[in-house]
Design a protein around this ligand. Structure first.
Ligand code: DGL
Length: 272
């Protein structure tokens, strides 16, 4: 594998861009190949076998782009499919759940951690198991927030409707007195200010993207895959692919990354 090969990153749609943003910040010399499965989003309400099938296709696609490592920028895939598919392509694959769980286990002071995510992520119980393995005394309270993904995809990041829905979803976690809350879906950091307003300043909000980028660096170092040039990659060197509506993706991505990206290429992911 070449050191100057790109890193593959994927999500069911747009949410994984919050992880791309963090990789660009921490590893600016890396080139990124991003795939967003915009035709088949959301994954969070689909069955495990469907998510595994979609994930295999995406890994096969990214492998054709000659990536040196793959970041699963989707909690649903990390929780539901990663264990099953991790050996299907011969490059290191990193998920977001284990890095996020690690941060929360260390951050909590009162031993009460909340997890919000898709129905699939919550149902998998992976955050709870991972946190308890690291810190057996920590209590984990989980809540699925299925309307958050469509609200993000509709651009309602700061809207009274979103605040109202967040207040309902987060009530049980507030009542449970969690002092740490994992935003266990890569779409949710885009709702950070709403979640912060509802939960209050005293609750630590964990965005697993930060620790995932740290984990990516560790993995590239371990496999001796860090780029040698030391040159910051220009935004035009990153490639974006989607399974539907490139123009909509471009508008959204430019908002998240705060810079214009090239029009993504639409691909037929079911052929991989
Ligand atoms: N961004 C995905 C995640 O982190 C969820 C979106 C979906 O339901 O497809 O779980």
């Amino acid at each position: 594998m070449r050191n100057d090969a790109p890193v593959g990153v994927f999500d069911s749609g747009l949410g994984g861009l919050t992880v791309v943003r963090e990789i660009i910040r921490q590893l600016p010399e890396e080139q990124i190949v991003y795939f967003g499965d915009t035709a088949r989003v959301p994954y969070g309400s689909k069955s495990q076998s469907t998510v595994i099938h979609y994930t295999e296709q995406i890994l096969n696609f990214l492998y054709t782009r000659e990536v040196k490592a793959i970041v699963v920028a989707c909690n649903t895939v990390s929780a539901y499919a990663l264990e099953e598919v991790k050996d299907s392509v011969p490059v290191p694959i990193i998920g977001v759940v284990i890095p996020g769980a690690r941060v929360a286990a260390h951050a909590t002071v009162n031993g009460r951690v909340g997890v919000i995510g898709t129905e699939a992520t919550v149902q998998s119980g992976l955050y709870g198991r991972t946190i308890r393995d690291l810190a057996p005394d920590v209590q984990v309270y989980s809540k699925a927030c299925p309307l958050f993904v469509p609200l993000v995809e509709e651009g309602l990041w700061k809207d009274p409707v979103t605040t109202e829905i967040a207040a309902r979803y987060l009530k049980d976690l507030k009542d449970a007195d969690v002092d740490t809350l994992i935003m266990g879906c890569t779409h949710y950091p885009l709702l950070r200010s709403t979640i912060r307003e509802v939960m209050g300043e005293h609750v630590t909000l964990v965005n697993p993207a930060y620790e995932t980028a740290v984990e990516l660096r560790r993995t590239l170092e371990r496999y001796d895959l860090m780029p040698e040039s030391g040159k910051t990659a220009d935004i035009s060197e990153h490639s974006f692919y989607v399974s539907d509506d490139p123009e909509r993706f471009r508008r959204f991505a430019s908002g998240v990354l705060k810079t214009e990206i090239r029009l993504p290429e639409k691909i037929a992911i079911e052929e991989f």
